[in-house]
Design a protein around this ligand. Structure first.
Ligand SMILES: [Ca+2]
Ligand SMILES: [Ca+2]
Length: 590
């Protein structure tokens, strides 16, 4: 309540000033003053009309200023005009001490008004605070000169191209603006380039001035440039496609992929799913400006132009990571319709996951919005699944599995939910002849590890804080990983925690690297490689082999030979087009 007092005071002052400014009040006060000057007694009855004119407002005594003397409290406050009326009076009597006193009170009132003015109190008691929230970035006046400078650099580029720059050359414009190279596609598109096939200087200037005057940092500008179809407050998955297609078509590390148009979209959608997995922390399917600002995406995007080997960019873009994800999906999606069902997913990692958690995965608790198909998992959803399954230390993964285990959706993992998942693990272990722990003992261990803030009540934040969420989750639904952990040398586990300070690969990066090596090794073991590098290799088999190698980004030379030898579509390798979908080809592939 205490913080309300100053506001109440302001309201009272406001009412008092209103009362003072009313003509009737002033008339009565003037009469009173004249009577005082003439030494006549004041009549209390004269105050009654004022009560009426205020009409419902509190009568007689509006609160006096704090320094008013007790005698003044009996009278109505003096109008500021009284001094004027006194001056105009021909008699000009000496000021009485009371009047002096009153004058002092009035000055103090004035001071208060000043103080109030300083904090800009406006009628209605709303305080106008300086702006502290800048959703589109904080404007910086010193930047405007900088952007004019950029415009002169851009002008030079346009002069080099006789006034109109085509799409292929727009990188020069992006660089002249001081932006990363791969901003060129959205810049070109937003300036209206796709309509005309080129952008002229006036077209660019209009776009650039509007962009830099309304959007004040790279995150808000990036969102504005990409979100052409809807509001400029967020990005949806499709908004990234032109940008990523440009990267596929021009990045030196993806040269081997150029001919394989069918894989462009697979790669692009894998990258988009990864971007949303890491950046869209709100799970809305819409990346907002603050989410983009909080992520490393723009830095990683900028780093692409300095790194020729795309596999070195392990965040979002690595081709090897894409290859692993896609191969894992391909293994499960036996009919190759790019959808997998419960039965398919059960086969993942040799039935490592429990059937209960798989059922939950298909319940819609971790699939979002319009992509949800009853009983099916789409490819982008599988990307989320694999990232979550293989790196249970990442916050998104913890959120992912928490949603799956929180069956009643109350934000708490209750005992009955834990027991539901644990009982399946126990039956699995019993079938394998492995010694099991009763649920109560398991629970004790788990609570000891998670240390929930509220006893017996495991929340998402508890799991995020405990740093051992991956052990927690594996205990309840991934028997292989649970046993792997149980059988580990405890000292090795302790070392893991001590060593986490330095820049170490994440669990996901470690997994992707191992799997990639395995896939390559399997490929090498399944297929004889002799003759692969020879000019006179035989038609189909070796072509398919070289295509696979190219898909892996292993050998550019092989790819070149292949280009020379044949124009066989890459779909042969994977059967994506449905022409070749027999088992032989699948075997070749793996
Ligand atoms: Ca399928
Ligand atoms: Ca629950």
């Amino acid at each position: 309540m205490t913080h309300l007092s100053p506001i109440l005071k302001v309201k009272v002052d406001e009412l008092f000033l209103r009362w003072l400014s009313m003509p009737d009040t002033q008339r009565i006060l003037r009469n009173d003053l004249n009577k005082l000057i003439q030494g006549r007694p004041l009549s209390p009855r004269q105050l009654s009309p004022v009560q009426n004119t205020i009409g419902g407002a509190r009568p007689i005594s509006p609160p006096a200023p704090p320094t008013s003397s007790p005698t003044q409290l009996l009278r109505s406050p003096r109008s500021p005009r009284e001094r004027t009326s006194r001056k105009t009076s021909s008699k000009s009597p000496p000021r009485s001490p009371r009047l002096e006193n009153h004058d002092g009170t009035k000055n103090q009132m004035k001071d208060k008004t000043l103080v109030l003015n300083n904090v800009r109190i406006v009628p209605g008691c709303a305080a106008k605070l300086p702006q502290f929230y800048f959703p589109l970035g904080k404007p910086d006046d010193s930047n405007s000169a900088l952007y004019d400078d950029k415009l002169s650099e851009v002008t030079k580029v346009f002069q080099r191209f006789d006034g109109s720059v085509p799409n292929g050359e727009f990188g020069a414009v992006a660089k002249a603006c001081g932006l990363p190279l791969y901003w060129r596609e959205p810049l070109f598109a937003t300036a209206g380039g796709h309509k005309h096939g080129f952008v002229t200087l006036p077209m660019f200037t209009v776009m650039w001035k509007s962009l830099t005057s309304q959007y004040h940092d790279n995150a808000s500008r990036f969102v504005r440039l990409l979100s052409t179809k809807h509001s400029s407050e967020y990005l949806e998955a499709d908004d990234f496609i032109p940008l990523l297609q440009d990267i596929v078509e021009t990045h030196p590390g993806l040269e081997f992929l150029r001919e394989a148009a069918d894989f462009h979209s697979r790669y692009v959608h894998t990258v988009i799913a990864r971007i949303f997995y890491y950046v869209n922390s709100s799970w809305t399917g819409r990346i907002t400006i603050p989410e983009l600002r909080n992520s490393n995406f723009l830095e990683v995007l900028a780093s692409l132009e300095d790194e020729e080997d795309i596999n070195e960019i392990v965040d979002y873009f690595s081709y090897e990571h894409f290859y692993v994800i896609y191969c894992k999906f391909w293994e499960l999606d036996t009919d190759h319709d790019l959808l997998i069902d419960e039965k398919d997913l059960m086969r993942h990692n040799n039935h490592a996951l429990s059937s209960r958690i798989v059922k939950r995965l298909f319940s819609g608790c971790v699939t979002r919005g319009p992509t949800y198909i009853d009983g099916k998992m789409t490819y982008p959803e599988f990307v989320w699944f694999l990232l979550s399954e293989e790196d249970k230390k990442h916050p998104r993964s913890i959120e992912y599995w928490f949603r799956c285990m929180d069956m009643d959706g109350d934000g708490i993992l209750s005992m009955y939910e834990l027991e539901y998942f644990y009982s399946e693990q126990v039956s699995k272990m019993e079938a394998l002849g492995i010694e099991t722990m009763v649920f109560e003992d398991c629970l004790c261990q788990i609570l000891d590890m998670v240390k929930p803030k509220v006893e017996g009540c495991i929340k998402l934040s508890d799991l995020k804080n405990c740093k051992l969420a991956y052990i927690f989750f594996n205990t309840f639904f991934n028997l292989d990983k649970y046993l792997e952990h149980e059988q580990r040398d405890p000292f090795a586990a302790a070392r893991d925690f001590q060593d986490t300070d330095g820049p170490q690969p994440t669990d996901w990066e470690r997994y992707a690297q191992e799997e990639y090596d395995l896939l390559v090794a399997e490929e090498g073991a399944n297929e004889p490689t002799e003759g692969l590098y020879e000019d006179d290799f035989d038609e189909d088999e070796d072509l398919a082999e070289s295509d696979i190698m190219a898909l892996k980004g292993l050998e550019k030379d092989v790819n070149e030979e292949n280009d020379r030898g044949s124009k066989k579509p890459w779909t042969m390798v994977t059967g994506i087009d449905g022409d070749i979908d027999d088992d032989d080809d699948d075997d070749d592939f793996y």
